[in-house]
Design a protein around this ligand. Structure first.
Ligand code: SAM
Length: 239
């Protein structure tokens, strides 16, 4: 069966949203992957259908209830082979390596938080892996879930054309991608770098490698250091 994302959210109407358009949308329409958005509120049990309550210990905002969320997770009927993720700014930052793993598997369950977050006991009791998409705070986990799903879907077999294999992209070798150019040959007086139109494939490859390394060293010293330690960077870090 195709790769599948099961999303638990208070706003199922947000899905597939942008994932229904362009590359991911065409792949969804042709059955290369599936998405199921399930309403957490359907698992609420009191007569107000409440899903949240005030934080124990005080403080602002509301917290998603453990009992309601646990019931929603259990009702999703997720087998042990599927990763269970919770989108969370406290999570381990998402990397391309984790995306590749998730894309190779059967597809995750993804819990989208709202408010101040979710009761810690459900994270522990259902073994949720907290995943962050960056050091900033969104108002809910839905857009974070969409980012994760989009990153996975484009790697699924048959989704990207053969012209874009994903093997030369940013992070695929631990480095940022080299600059890209296309026609026109002259833009506001600036030509395409001559090497790229020379037809010399070895020179093009060497130029791209050098540009990748320079960009990574300048913008992402953290990545550059790792690449150098792995021996993937040919030079030692410049600073
Ligand atoms: N009080 C929480 C904190 O300080 O960690 C922030 C909660 S945030 C307003 C509401 C929800 O948005 C979170 O439970 C999470 O699901 C989602 N979210 C916000 N920022 C995120 C990020 N950088 N990565 C992944 N999910 C995020």
């Amino acid at each position: 069966s195709p790769w599948r994302a099961t999303v638990l959210t208070l706003f199922p109407e947000m899905f597939p949203g942008p994932l229904g358009v362009s590359l991911a949308g065409r792949a969804l329409a042709s059955g290369l992957w599936q998405i199921e958005a399930r309403d957490i509120r359907a698992s609420a049990t009191d007569r107000h259908r409440s899903v949240d309550d005030t934080p124990a210990g005080g403080g602002p905002g509301m917290v998603l209830r453990a009992d309601v969320l646990a019931a929603a997770i259990d009702a999703a009927g997720i087998g042990p082979e599927r990763p269970r993720l919770l989108m969370s700014p406290r999570g381990r930052p998402l990397t391309q390596a984790r995306v590749v793993e998730l894309a190779r598997g059967p597809g995750p369950l993804i819990v989208c938080g709202r408010f101040e977050g979710v009761d810690q006991r459900v994270i522990d009791a259902r073994g949720l892996e907290e995943v962050s998409i960056g050091d900033y705070v969104l108002s809910g986990g839905e857009i974070a879930a969409m980012a994760l799903i989009d990153a996975c879907v484009r790697l699924l077999p048959g989704v990207m054309g053969k012209e874009a294999s994903g093997t030369e992209e940013s992070f695929s070798d631990g480095l940022l991608e080299y600059p890209q150019y296309t026609r026109p040959q002259l833009f506001e007086g600036v030509p395409i770098p001559a090497i790229l139109t020379s037809g010399d494939h070895a020179k093009v490859a060497a130029w791209r490698r050098a540009e990748s390394e320079a960009l990574t060293a300048a913008r992402r010293p953290d990545l550059w250091e790792k690449a150098a330690n792995r021996g993937s960077g040919q030079k030692t870090p410049k600073n």
